[in-house]
Design a protein around this ligand. Structure first.
Ligand code: ADP
Ligand code: MG
Length: 254
């Protein structure tokens, strides 16, 4: 059997006394697109941040491409990923947030080559070539010399996606990538995500765009109060939810 892209087992996450992830299990297969839905405060962002090792978990294990990111129970021992293991796992992951987080004093092209050159040690010429390729992919070849402030929100988010792709991630995490955008700019960003899905990129996408989720998701995961309540293909979770909580949520987001 192929190694899962992400393997989350019995994960618990607490902020002080606040128990935000409760016994979460989730396996993401290579090439799978998972859309994570659920009410505000249900733990969606926290789960993504744990996968990316931006947050420590208190129990359970998280493996990315077979490499340990979070803790793992082995017998009675709680084993922590070494910094090297965690770094290696993280290198496989690209993350895109609601806010675009571009370097405002860098041009688009400088934004794209910064991490490959500095972190991965990719030769500058090679990084530039790859960056131009990815800008073309997100439809922004003509903007390589622009500064973020000269771009629309939709364009900035597409640059942020291209920037994450410059690191050649095996897994992309998106946390409400269109929530900060004016409605007329949402489509162009979702189009880029659709293209990535067609290229078989493995993705976990937190989104409130149910129409989009229905189109691209292999699996929809519904979370509430720190638990995965329900998961399955879109036609099952969205059209014939088994759980009351899922049904009520879907009625609300309509
Ligand atoms: P979602 O993304 O589904 O809206 P979050 O993962 O952001 O939910 O938050 C889950 C819960 O954890 C919420 O109750 C939130 O207030 C809490 N929380 C998130 N981040 C922190 C933090 N850094 N410190 C304390 N509590 C947090
Ligand atoms: Mg969130």
């Amino acid at each position: 059997m192929t190694t899962p892209a992400v393997e989350i087992r019995s994960v618990h996450k607490l902020y002080g006394a606040l128990h935000v992830l409760r016994d979460v299990d989730l396996v993401v297969r290579p090439g799978e697109v998972v859309c994570l839905i659920g009410p505000s405060g249900s733990g969606k962002s926290t789960l993504l941040r744990c996968i990316n090792n931006l947050e420590k978990i208190q129990a359970g294990s998280i493996l990315v491409d077979g490499g340990l990111v979070g803790y793992r129970w082995s017998g009675a021992d709680l084993q922590e990923a070494t910094p090297r293991q965690a770094r290696r796992a993280r290198r496989n992951i690209g993350m895109v947030f609601q806010q675009f987080n571009l370097f405002s004093h860098f041009t688009v092209l400088q934004n794209l080559i910064e991490a490959p050159v500095r972190v991965l040690g990719v030769p500058r010429r090679e990084a530039l070539e790859r960056a131009e390729e990815l800008l073309a992919k997100v439809g922004l070849s003509d903007k390589h010399a622009s500064y973020p402030a000269q771009l629309s929100g939709g364009q900035q988010q597409r640059v942020a996606i291209a920037r994450a792709l410059c690191m050649n991630p095996k897994l992309m995490l998106f946390d409400e990538p269109t929530s900060a955008l004016d409605p007329e700019l949402v489509g162009e960003v979702l189009d880029v995500l659709r293209d990535l899905a067609e290229d078989d990129m493995t993705m976990v996408i937190v989104t409130h765009e149910m129409g989009f989720a229905r189109q691209v998701a292999d699996t929809i995961v519904f979370m509430d109060q720190g638990r995965i309540v329900e998961r399955g293909p879109a036609d099952q979770v969205l059209d014939a939810p088994r759980e009351d909580r899922t049904r009520r949520f879907l009625e609300r987001v309509g």
